[in-house]
Design a protein around this ligand. Structure first.
Ligand code: AGP
Length: 612
């Protein structure tokens, strides 16, 4: 996913834009660029290059740009290879307008053909370039923002854009549809960005643009309207993250920092959801009336990747505690299914970023069927949260590492709390039972801290197995999703083929894989399916599989079967996914580091998949 930064103020824009791009590096990119209005010669200066931002920095060092209005971009190639000519910003034929763009223009070929017929000269293979030539086409005697609106109305697809023009040097224009864009409100300066970290070092006051909204900024004001020119009034939101939260805080990688933040995040999340006076569970932003929740006949969970695994755990919890039939689907399947859902369905959308294209498309489908929608999300004001009926923020702080860790356990915790809340609303379980569950859940942060004290031991075990060519992860019941999550963590940052499986499926195929060249991670905490897991481990042992077990402290059985054991504290089975995942996260991390992989920005991956 690409990154956008824009600046208009009284300071030199170049260093501000470059520092903003660096804070967006985690989103993944393969080229970057910057464009400034050059006041002295009434022109636009553009510098752009494939590769990391350090390449762009060298370029601007050798050929600096001076100006106080500009836009910048990190590009993740979708149309056209990551080359200098395809990097953003893109300019019009006359070099008087510059545009940066996140998203995909689905009808760009037809538009490009028509523009070429109209005499426009294209330089790149990108879809983005049609935008700047369309603006050029309309920008005749009307304000820039009107020309931009006319151009955007012709686009099919998604966009977040930043635009500057020589003719109106004291103006910065931004607009969005299907891709996030925020305004940073400063003192005598204003910013555009695709995500909060880019501007957090300059201001904590932000405004979130909604679908089909356009903003005109000068250094002291901003004006938002829809694409038909109708004014839209918005207040600013104060971001309570500090810039250092978006830094590594002394850890080697964001991922390791975020793994270690989990106890603190879960503790504050649990405490913030329990009303001190009554002990009842409360969700400030959950706006679905309790009467409506009482009528819910079924639940459908929609998510991708790690969020999907959190949803799989939630299915066990919701059906067990709330006795509501719960289905789950990956968003990319849900959105194209012939859905049997309606007003009696509660759709729970889980998304760390709140910008995942398939999940957004899924809830829009659900909305068309008059379902109630609750989103479990980490990013304040993200698109998903503004299109849901209710929101449960997980308040995990910025998750920079592409591999999701703290967001996963925070999503799980929010889902446990929501299940207690729903059971409370539906009168399924008593207050005493809820208190018992809350007491058990409240032990999790402390237990996680105990597990994190084993990091060195886990690192040694991980490095010892880092040469193996493939891994199999096995779990049962509420830890079957834990097996899938463990496999995803490993494969996405170490590039080792890894598969998660329901352990009960072993005889239906996977047991053929077992030999001494493969590690099998067996998730076997104390549970009603523990004996079954032991049987699986015995089957693997007899075939010389390399067994790594996650077991409960004090387990005497497992140590007869393998020496490679990571122990987790004893907890009620339903909560064990919150514990067993930490060793899985740390194993993946240390194996990837041992293999020299780019842990925070793994190849081919972006932090948020905002396109299909
Ligand atoms: C998880 O480690 C991956 N980065 C990826 O699967 C991610 O969980 C998925 O893309 C969903 O993202 P979201 O939670 O922002 O919607």
């Amino acid at each position: 996913m690409c990154g956008i930064v824009g600046y208009i103020g009284s300071k030199e824009a170049q260093p501000i834009l470059l520092s903003g791009l660096k804070r967006l590096e985690y989103r993944g990119y393969d080229s970057s660029g910057i464009a400034l209005i050059l006041p002295h010669n009434k022109n636009i200066g553009i510098r752009k290059a494939p590769g990391k931002i350090s390449v762009l920095e060298k370029l601007v060092k050798s050929k600096p740009l001076c100006g106080m209005v500009g836009i910048a971009h990190t590009r993740w190639a979708t149309h056209g290879a990551p080359t200098q000519v395809n990097a953003h910003p893109h300019s019009d034929c006359g070099g008087q307008i510059a545009v940066v763009h996140n998203g995909i223009i689905e009808n760009y070929e037809a538009l490009k053909n028509q523009l070429i017929k109209d005499g426009h000269a294209f330089r790149s293979q990108t879809d983005t370039e049609v935008i700047v030539h369309l603006i050029e086409k309309f920008y005749k005697g009307i304000p820039l923002e009107e020309a931009v609106s006319l151009a955007l109305k012709l686009l099919i697809g998604s966009f977040a854009i930043g635009v500057v023009a020589v003719n109106e040097p004291n103006k910065l224009v931004g607009a969005r549809r299907g891709s996030p864009l925020i305004i940073g409100v400063g003192q005598g300066e204003n910013f555009l960005a695709s995500d909060v970290p880019a501007i957090l070092g300059f201001t904590k006051e932000v405004v979130f643009l909604d679908e089909n909204e356009i903003v005109v900024l000068d250094k002291n004001n901003f004006k938002i309207s829809n694409l038909d020119g109708k004014d839209v009034f918005k207040t600013t939101t104060h971001i309570n993250w500090d810039i250092d939260q978006a830094e590594k805080a002394g850890f080697d990688h964001f991922m390791l920092k975020e793994i270690n933040e989990q106890p603190k995040i879960l503790e504050s999340l649990i405490n913030s959801r329990i009303q001190k006076q009554t002990g009842k569970i409360c969700f400030q932003e959950q706006n679905i009336p309790e009467a409506k929740l009482k009528e819910i006949k079924n639940i459908f969970i929609v998510a991708c990747g790690t969020a999907y695994h959190a949803g799989m755990v939630a299915k066990y919890v919701l059906e067990s505690l709330c006795q509501v039939p719960t289905q789950i689907d990956v968003s990319s399947e849900f959105r194209y299914r012939d859905l049997l859902i309606g007003p009696e369905t509660l759709v729970i959308a889980i998304s760390q970023s709140g910008e995942t294209a398939d999940t957004l498309a899924g809830i829009r489908e659900a909305k068309r069927r008059n379902c109630s929608i609750i989103s479990i999300c980490n990013v304040l004001g993200s698109t998903l949260t503004r299109e849901s009926d209710g929101v449960i923020y997980i308040h995990a702080g910025p998750e920079i590492g592409v591999a999701s860790t703290k967001a996963y356990t925070a999503q799980l915790t929010a889902l446990y709390l929501f299940a207690f809340y729903l059971a409370q609303v539906k009168g399924i379980i008593s207050g005493t039972k809820i208190n018992k569950l809350l007491t058990e859940l409240s032990k999790v942060p402390g237990y996680q801290s105990q597990i994190l004290k084993q990091q060195q031991k886990i690192a040694v075990l991980a490095r010892k197995h880092s040469h193996l060519g493939s891994f199999l992860y096995l779990g049962r019941n509420v830890n079957y999703p834990s097996a899938l999550e463990g496999a995803l963590k490993l494969k996405e940052i170490s590039y080792i083929p890894a598969e998660g499986y329901a352990a009960g499926e072993m005889k239906h195929g996977p047991i053929a894989l077992i030999d001494e060249y493969r590690a099998v991670v067996c998730i076997a905490p104390e549970s009603k399916v523990y004996e079954k897991m032991i049987s699986n481990i015995q089957e693997i042992r007899s075939r010389k599989g390399k067994i790594i077990a996650i077991a409960t402290v004090g387990d005497q059985e497992v140590k007869k079967l393998t020496r490679e054991i990571i122990y987790v504290p004893r907890i009620e089975e339903i909560f064990s996914p919150l514990l067993v995942v930490l060793p899985l996260q740390l194993m993946a991390y240390h194996i990837a580091v041992k293999r020299g992989c780019d842990v925070d920005q793994p190849r081919n991956l972006a932090k948020s998949v905002t396109v299909e």
